[in-house]
Design a protein around this ligand. Structure first.
Ligand code: NYM
Length: 212
């Protein structure tokens, strides 16, 4: 470690309610890190390009109905099918900026009433993020932002429950970012946090598994 050719990439996750700004901040982070010459990729979950992802997409757009447990396990399977590629990328020095991860999985399903521990179980053994950036916004404020797209879960009442469920998931890897500020201010703060994380991973911070 310390040697550039051996250093690993960072696993950085953005989380937050729908319309909290995750997607635009993720792509800004990508541009920023690329500009600094880092090897970096932007990922998102659900990854709708796989077979499992297509089942999820169909569920979210109300084209199919699934039992709450079933859809929960599909979201998890969708992460598991990317786990080995994720590990390879990180170990070969690519930083991954990931728009949603296991925390969305637990927060959205437990907001429906599924037990926390049950929701977490299938996530055990997935790679643990080095940094989770939680874009913190009140559900009412998020709802004001041009409205929701009409997919499942995109309703104020449900988003309120999701916000509460996110609360209990915070751990040492989380940074709570006030997502109500101007977009450039948030961008600046995220850049600093991510750069620090990327440096720590380059210096040999070990990869870990959830939930740690
Ligand atoms: N979602 C996302 C879940 O319910 N569980 C998960 O594990 C993940 C990754 O899917 N409302 C929900 C949150 C979103 C929806 O995500 C689709 P997006 O970022 O709008 O494509």
């Amino acid at each position: 470690s310390g040697c550039n050719s051996e250093s690993r990439g960072a696993l950085v996750v953005l989380e937050g309610l729908d319309r909290s700004g995750k997607t635009s901040q993720s792509s800004r982070l990508l541009t920023y890190l690329e500009g600094l010459g880092h090897s970096v990729e932007l990922w998102r979950f659900p990854d709708r390009s796989t077979n499992v992802g297509q089942m999820i997409s169909s569920y979210l757009s109300n084209k199919s109905q699934l039992d709450d447990h079933t859809i929960h396990l599909l979201f998890s399977a969708n992460r598991w099918e990317k786990r080995s590629l994720m590990e390879t990328k990180l170990k070969t020095g690519t930083t991954l900026i990931v728009d949603r991860y296991s925390y969305s999985g637990v927060a959205f399903s437990s907001a429906k009433g599924l037990g926390d521990e049950w929701c977490k179980a299938p996530e055990i053994g997935l790679l643990a993020p080095d940094l989770v950036l939680y874009l913190d916004i009140q559900p009412e404020k998020a709802a004001e932002r041009g409205g929701y797209g009409g997919e499942k879960y995109e309703q104020l009442e449900f988003q309120r429950k999701v916000a509460q469920c996110y609360q209990v998931l915070h751990d040492a890897s989380w940074m709570i970012v006030d997502a109500c500020r101007p977009i450039e201010d948030i961008e600046k703060q995220l850049q600093e946090l991510v750069l620090e994380c990327v440096m720590a991973c380059q210096k040999g911070k070990p990869l870990a598994n959830l939930w740690s």
